[in-house]
Design a binder for this molecule. Structure first.
Ligand code: HEM
Length: 404
């Protein structure tokens, strides 16, 4: 099949992914973009936008032509001297590092964290009902990954706020609007981890396995920097992402109370609901790849040296893959084929853990909350990378038997 590839000049069109209009209503922007074709070049930003589902999968699976080693963000990191060992490398180095940590992320390994994560979820749901009216970003979205990632890694951050800011800066620093302050915040996180976080880690934890033993096969470099960056990258990757998803999920249930009622009456649907929430509220707008030689996606020819945005959130609402894509449907049969976790060899390492967090929290909230209602104006984050809320005021109506 030959795909028509469009060329759009972002300077005089409304198809600039970073325009205030696109930022204000990203899914309306994706719909406009899709009308131009699944692969679109935007000269004003010098970026190829891949928003079609099939085309996004094709790019993510073709790591030979679409490389990660030249940067997976809009800007190539300038201030950070060490690259993130997994996400910013290609085979064979990527695969060697991934093998050294993968055993900690098998289904069985992750299940061992279930009691702790469920306990945290129960406390968060309890607090939500007690408060009655609150900011869901603070009370739910930030609290869950803050507690869960400490259980997983052994790292206890100075505060949930500091951790959220560090994780936010990790992606924001490499955006078109990224600032020096974002870069400094990332350096602050890495310095804190090296000087305070590591010495305070308990004797047996994932953090120690990586930093002291060099991973499961002991093959992470002896010099320590690769070990630190491997741990830092999974630690920072697991905060903002899951937090964004949880905020988007609460917002979705405020707008779709019928789906919340259905979830409460059919708890067996919770795992599929988690997938549908990932599809519907996919946190990452895009991850990037670069070409080193001419490459092809269906009929589109992409030149060497190109910056290619694989638009995960847009592809997860491609009507060719997901009929009626803007409808939240927790019974959707192919919800799990979303691209929120990416695809191919860089597919999210932490996805089993993120799923555990979401499923545990949904189960606890479903038991205690009859309804979520809006309690004020929600404010979206200015992040150009992550779909998320900065504040999301909600009120919960407690389930029968749950006191406020
Ligand atoms: C809802 C939550 C999450 C979402 C939406 C998400 C999304 C993603 C995506 C899209 C990628 C692929 C990037 C690419 O192809 O360039 C990725 C990779 C990665 N994620 Fe996640 N993530 C989440 C949670 C987590 C958690 C909890 C952890 C750590 C425990 C984590 C650690 C990683 C790591 C280390 C990679 C790099 C894997 C590699 O390059 O081999 N993520 N994530």
């Amino acid at each position: 099949m030959t795909i028509a590839t469009s060329t759009i000049d972002a300077s005089n069109s409304d198809l600039d992914p970073y325009s205030p209009r696109a930022q204000a209503d990203p899914h309306a922007f994706y719909d406009r973009l899709r009308q131009q074709g699944p692969v679109v070049y935007v000269p004003g930003r010098d970026v190829w936008l891949v928003s079609g589902y099939a085309q996004a999968v094709a790019v993510l699976r073709n790591h030979a032509d679409f490389v990660s080693g030249d940067g997976v963000t809009f800007n190539v990191p300038s201030t950070r001297t060490e690259r993130y060992p997994l996400i910013e490398n290609d085979p064979p180095l990527h695969d060697r590092i991934r093998r050294s940590v993968q055993p900690s992320f098998t289904k069985r390994a992750i299940e061992s964290f279930a009691p702790g994560v469920e306990n945290a979820a129960s406390e968060i749901a309890h607090d939500a009902v007690e408060l009655g009216e609150f900011d869901a970003v603070e009370v739910i979205a930030r609290a869950m990954p803050d507690q869960a990632m400490t259980l997983l890694t052994g790292i206890t951050p100075p505060s949930a706020e500091a951790l959220a800011e560090w994780s936010d800066a990790t992606s924001r620093g490499e955006e078109p609007a990224g600032t020096q302050q974002h870069s400094e915040s990332v350096m602050e996180a890495l310095t804190w981890l090296a000087t305070e976080g590591l010495p305070a880690m308990p004797a047996h934890c994932l953090g120690r396995l990586i930093v002291d033993s060099g991973g499961h096969d002991g093959r992470l470099d002896e010099d320590g920097s690769q070990r630190l960056m491997t741990l830092a990258s999974m630690w920072l990757a697991g905060i903002d992402s899951t937090g964004a998803l949880l905020g988007n999920a609460i917002d979705a249930f405020v707008d779709h109370p019928d789906q919340w009622d259905l979830l409460r009456s059919r708890p067996d649907l919770i795992p599929n609901a988690a997938e549908e929430l990932l599809r519907f509220g996919a946190p990452f707008k895009a991850f990037f790849r670069r070409t080193r030689t001419t490459a092809h996606v269906d009929g589109a020819e992409i030149p060497a040296g190109a910056r290619v945005a694989v638009m995960l959130a847009a592809a997860s609402r491609d009507p060719l893959q997901f009929p009626d894509p803007h409808r939240l449907d927790i019974t959707r049969e192919n919800a799990k084929s979303h691209l929120a976790f990416g695809n191919g060899l860089h597919v999210c390492l932490g996805s089993p853990f993120a799923r555990l967090e979401v499923v545990s929290l949904l189960a606890e909230l479903a038991r205690r909350v009859a309804r979520f209602e809006r309690a004020g104006e929600a404010r979206r984050s200015p992040s150009q990378t992550v779909h998320k809320f900065d504040t999301l005021p909600v009120r919960v109506v407690p389930a029968e038997g749950e006191s406020k």
